[in-house]
Write a protein that binds this ligand. Structure first.
Ligand code: BGC
Length: 247
């Protein structure tokens, strides 16, 4: 079965058609910049453009950077505040005339990584998956089962949201060296470890491709590994989630 997976991020909206049995992309990945301010109507237009680009009809899965309960966005850290309380399933379904199932972006990426990436080697225990990009997203799995909508990027560190100190956006904005940024990430991972005592922490998002630049600086009493699916995880996971919802 193939499903269009869309990963809505703070800077780009990425999509591809996914074979949900194998987790492989059946098309190249298409990327459209996220409209400025990421307002609902503008984002819905891009999702529609993406569907037209692929000449796609059928079930769609979309990862979105907010808490999503039953398709409704309940937070809006890096997108327009008017998303809060909005039924994203209905908004995207009416824009595309296809059934769309929305899920938190980090949950989506984590689902894919557990099914087709690193999770294959770690099916048991507590795994914390973190996506590090514009913000920090999180997904926690116990024996492969997801607890949805965790928001560990908003843990407070030194009076600030952790994602304002340790995200990739923070690294770039403050022009931090990898070593300096790794120190912030290290503090954050140690905080996560002291609260959840996971068996494994997986780091995903764009930075997973540059792991050799910062992993050597980390000192955390738990195994920390880069994600395997790189920038495809969000797309694949959104498609898997939609397939599981039967939408
Ligand atoms: C949002 C999360 C999201 C993460 C990564 C955070 O700011 O609150 O819901 O998963 O960014 O995009």
């Amino acid at each position: 079965m193939s499903v269009l997976g869309i990963d809505i991020g703070g800077s780009g909206i990425k999509g591809a058609i996914v074979d949900v049995e194998t987790g492989k992309l059946l098309t190249p990945r298409e990327r459209i910049p996220t409209p400025e301010n990421a307002k609902p109507e503008d984002v819905a237009q891009v999702v529609k453009t993406m569907v037209e680009f692929f000449h796609y009809e059928g079930s769609i899965g979309a990862g979105f950077p907010a808490v999503i309960r039953n398709g409704i966005a309940l937070t809006a850290a890096n997108v327009h505040k008017s998303w809060i309380g909005l039924d994203a399933n209905t908004l995207f379904s009416s824009a595309t005339k296809c059934p769309v199932s929305v899920v938190n972006d980090a949950d989506a990426a984590g689902i894919a990584e557990m099914r087709f990436g690193i999770g294959r080697d770690y099916p048991r225990g507590v795994v914390i998956f973190l996506t590090i990009g514009t913000g920090i997203g999180s997904a926690i799995f116990t024996d492969g089962h997801l607890v949805p909508n965790t928001e560990f990027g908003h843990l407070e560190m030194g009076g600030k949201d952790a994602e304002h100190r340790a995200s990739d956006a923070a690294r770039q904005e403050k022009e931090m060296s990898w070593k300096r940024w790794a120190k912030a990430l290290n503090d954050y991972l140690n905080e996560i470890h002291s609260l959840f005592w996971p068996d494994l922490i997986v780091l995903g998002g764009g930075i997973s491709r540059q792991a050799e630049k910062f992993l050597p600086f980390l000192d955390v009493p738990v195994k920390v590994l880069p994600a395997k699916l790189e920038n495809q995880a969000g797309i694949i996971g959104a498609a898997l989630h939609a397939a599981e919802q039967g939408r």
